[in-house]
Design a protein around this ligand. Structure first.
Ligand code: GUN
Ligand code: ZN
Length: 440
């Protein structure tokens, strides 16, 4: 099938390569043209030159808007969508009071399907085009999310939660069933279309040694599969891990001991870390998911990005809904900024954009496909409207620079600043054909 190329005309920002200094490696093309053919990007440049090079392409005019790569959420719980903003508890009692009862509802496949659609609608409304998401302990919850993501041709990474202790019976699996169910899901979904699987022990306290050991063996059999879990989020949790695994020298060492620390392993939170922990994450090429709104909401503590950077640890920004308070990753960066101000080392907006695009993609080992606007990457991108309401119009000057626009939107924005989200070249928002509407 021959598909017409489209040129998306806008101010365009991205990081074409892996960077330790985002401000030096940003490409910012004012009045740019992003050329998309089918599901892939084929070129990016100044609009006039691009139009001359692709005279037959159809222009979609987003002049004065800002296009950035599709945002990547490095840690989120799809079943917790409905329990966002639940009052009053810190991690362990929050899990007991709100999380486990909610996740029990996912014993119904119909319910999983309904919630998967709602979850994906929330993601795309907020510009997120890829997520590393926890499902529930039920295999069919992962089936439902993969199936819903496949309909949108979205790069989804998820896995069934594994837990065989310290949880309600209805949510408990076993060492054996965790492995056989996870392996069946890997065979069914990993690499099917854009779907990718993540082996998902919830966190060390809810798995026996036998389960962690079995999952480590499974991970060894599937070296390109992801691993996702939680690490050093809350002080009580850390004390509990010490009691449960007295032979291990640290929380992270529990995962390392059982073969769950490696590249493509993503550890949510990493709030209370020693320098040895950071070094071990860096040595393994593993990733810390930085969940600032969640860490504030549950009173867990402050992620130390400056220290993580010192050890050159991969970082992916993450909403962690439902402990996180927004699906919007720009807003989530806004919370990261506030935390970094307390530490006296403000994280600038270009670092923020990097952590939700190319930095996250590189951390996940997916930068050949997503996280940037390079030729041959999937056409996953977001159109931001700097003037989405009166206050942002007042605040953001027509000639504002990229970093200033991103910063102001991160503090003031919500889903209204997401004008459109494209996944593999297809517009996700609204019911009208946005292509036809704005063709020049
Ligand atoms: N630790 C174990 N499970 C969870 C969870 O669902 N959310 C958060 N924030 N931390 C966890
Ligand atoms: Zn989490």
């Amino acid at each position: 099938m021959i598909s017409t190329p489209y040129i998306y005309r806008a101010n365009i920002a991205h990081f074409p390569k892996v960077s330790t200094s985002p401000k030096d490696d940003l490409i910012y093309q004012k009045d740019g043209g992003l050329v998309v053919k089918g599901d892939k990007i084929i070129a990016l440049g100044e609009y006039a030159a691009i139009k001359a090079a692709y005279p037959d392409a159809v222009t979609i005019d987003y002049s004065n808007k800002l296009i950035v790569p599709g945002l990547i959420d490095g840690h989120v719980h799809f079943p917790q969508t409905e329990m966002i903003a639940s009052y009053g508890e810190q991690l362990l009692t929050w899990l007991e009071q709100y999380t486990f009862p909610t996740e029990c509802k996912f014993s119904s496949f119909d319910y999983c399907q309904k919630m998967a659609d709602i979850f994906l609608s929330q993601l795309v409304a907020n510009g997120t085009t890829t997520a590393l998401a926890f499902s529930t302990v039920h295999s069919h919850s992962a089936d439902a999310l993969f199936a819903a993501a496949s309909k949108r041709n979205m790069a989804m990474i998820t896995g069934k939660v594994c837990m065989d202790r310290h949880c309600p019976n209805e949510l408990s699996d076993s060492a054996e069933s965790a492995v056989s169910d996870s392996e069946a899901l890997i065979k069914k979904w990993h690499g099917l279309g854009r779907n990718l699987y993540a082996i998902t022990p919830r966190f060390a306290p809810t798995s026996t040694d036998a389960q962690l050991n079995a999952l480590g063996e499974l991970a060894a059999d599937y070296p390109d599969v992801f691993i996702q879990t939680h690490l050093s989020e809350n002080l009580e949790e850390i004390e509990w891990v010490k009691q449960l695994f007295p032979a291990r020298k640290s929380y992270l060492d529990v995962y390392a001991h059982f073969g769950l620390l490696r590249k493509r392993a993503v550890f949510g939170h990493c709030v209370h870390m020693t320098d040895d922990d950071w070094q071990s994450l860096a040595d393994a090429g593993a990733t810390a998911a930085f969940c600032p709104s969640s860490n504030l909401f549950l009173g867990s503590g402050f992620f130390d990005k400056a220290n993580a950077d010192k050890f050159n640890v991969n970082i992916a920004l993450a909403s962690d809904v439902g402990a996180g308070t927004s699906f919007n990753l720009l807003r989530t960066y806004g919370e990261a900024y506030k935390i970094s101000q307390i530490n006296g080392a403000p994280i600038d907006a270009l670092n923020g954009l990097y952590m939700m695009t190319q930095g996250a993609a590189a951390a996940l080992d997916l930068e050949a496909d997503i996280g940037n606007l390079n030729p041959n990457s999937f056409a996953d991108f977001v159109v931001l409207d700097p003037h989405f309401n009166d206050l942002s119009t007042l605040r953001i000057d027509a000639n504002a620079e990229c970093a200033d626009i991103l910063f102001a939107l991160s503090i003031l924005g919500d889903e209204r600043c997401i004008k459109q989200t494209y996944i593999a070249g297809v517009a996700q928002l609204g019911t009208t054909n946005s292509h036809k509407e704005s063709v020049n």
